[in-house]
Design a protein. Structure first.
Lengths: 260, 260
């Protein structure tokens, strides 16, 4: 098996090193990831400027690694569209510094790398650790990632569906098990911060506190990690609200004529 | 009613001018949009650098407009987090040059601006015209946008749900009506193009043809516009695959213990 590893924290982040190392016993491992930190990059596709790719020395024996000037999903696209000649069987992304839960998914570069993989019809799993700190410890999450891949949970998913895995920040022997979850409800605490530059012109930060969320609703990703479980959420790129289709049809919209 | 208008093609693109002009009869209109073209920006959140905002002269009487150095969703966040002091009742985004259908949604800056709006609990509608050309004609799509907003289709949607509207590139009297649709199946035709710089080092473009897709599957966004209808797709930020949750639970994953 040939496993492509990407992330959004940058090719030298400790989380991707831990993830690549955990994949080595399972197959051939190739890393293609952004050169720099691209947290909250979203599913950006770089079309109007060219991309650079550089071979980098990676601290895991036997792993070939490249840094790119693109986004996380550009990195996956580059690899799958032919920069990596040998066929790829699985794409894993992470281990992200900090969780990707609730409405974080469309912001997340880590999860967007997995979106890109399933668009190109490769199975994909995104891994995130529920710890935002600089000195977060990735060993337990990497072992969980190894187990998730070894269990082949990514097999037999429908097209355009990936797995989003969030691991609580606990030692391995304190993690209570796996939960299959749904997206929970994030609460963002962003605040607009205005500053003045040396010439007195304003500029703005999107600041405020880290996101929180509803950890009390059983069965959600936010609940599971709060309870000490690994959260595994199947994610589908079909974002259609089928319930609302029925509502709008009941309101007779589909019979409305265009007013001329 | 106070309507915020944003987009991803940049504050001076003809599509946003047409959309803002179409909103003027319906309420007070404020434009906050990226200064430059940010097609395929995704749902990027700018956290590690500050944002600039500049008042710009906008070619529609009575409309106050600002350009930002951020992404489309940053522009919406800036406005909703307080840069625009007067409360906003509705966020509209577009009119995008080119459709946003199928798996385009997470790439789309236009749709991501609407994601951001519903995250901050404002109703939102994204508008796109199925014409990629430089000289696309936005008048019919702008009139459709006016009718969609005047019909108040954005009201009474569940939380975190928006409307994604795609308009066929036809004169108004040739558009056949509205269809409530689901996301269809996009086909991307990207190719990796390698070039050499003057010093002989390679660089890469994500090139290839424009996306195509399955226009034969009745009820999808791709089918509706191909048939000459306005496509209105309700989109939910909950991307959970509930069907796959059942499959994974049936496979006994939730009872698996962590191997120590």
């Amino acid at each position: 098996m040939h496993i492509l590893v990407s992330n959004d924290d940058g090719v030298m982040a400790p989380g991707i090193v831990a993830l690549a190392r955990a994949m080595v016993p399972l197959g051939k491992v190739t890393v293609v990831a952004p050169s720099d930190n691209q947290s909250a990059a979203g599913h950006r596709k770089t079309m109007h400027k060219p991309l650079r790719v550089n071979r980098v020395k990676f601290p895991v024996e036997g792993v070939t690694a490249y840094s790119t000037s693109g986004s996380p999903s550009d990195s996956v696209a580059l690899a799958l569209l032919g920069f990596i000649a040998e066929p790829i069987d699985l794409v894993v992304s992470g281990i992200n510094r900090g969780p990707n839960q609730g409405q974080d998914l469309t912001y997340s570069g880590t999860v967007s790398a997995a979106f890109e993989a399933v668009i190109w019809r490769k199975p994909a799993v995104a891994f995130s650790l529920c710890d935002h700190s600089e000195d977060a410890e990735y060993d337990a999450a990497a072992e969980i990632a190894r187990q998730v891949v070894a269990l082949k949970l990514y097999e037999n998913l429908p097209p355009l569906t990936l797995l989003n895995v969030n691991v609580p920040a606990l030692p391995l022997d304190e993690i209570r098990g796996f939960k299959i979850t749904r997206q929970g409800l994030r609460q963002y605490n962003d605040e607009l911060v205005e500053r003045l530059d040396p010439s007195g012109r304003p500029y703005y930060w999107i600041g405020g506190g880290a996101p929180t969320g509803d950890v009390t609703e059983e069965g959600t990703d936010l609940w599971a990690t709060d309870q000490g479980y690994v959260s595994i959420t199947p994610i589908d790129l079909d974002m259609t609200s089928y319930a609302v289709i029925k509502d709008l049809e009941a309101r007779g919209i589909a019979e409305l004529k265009i007013a001329l």
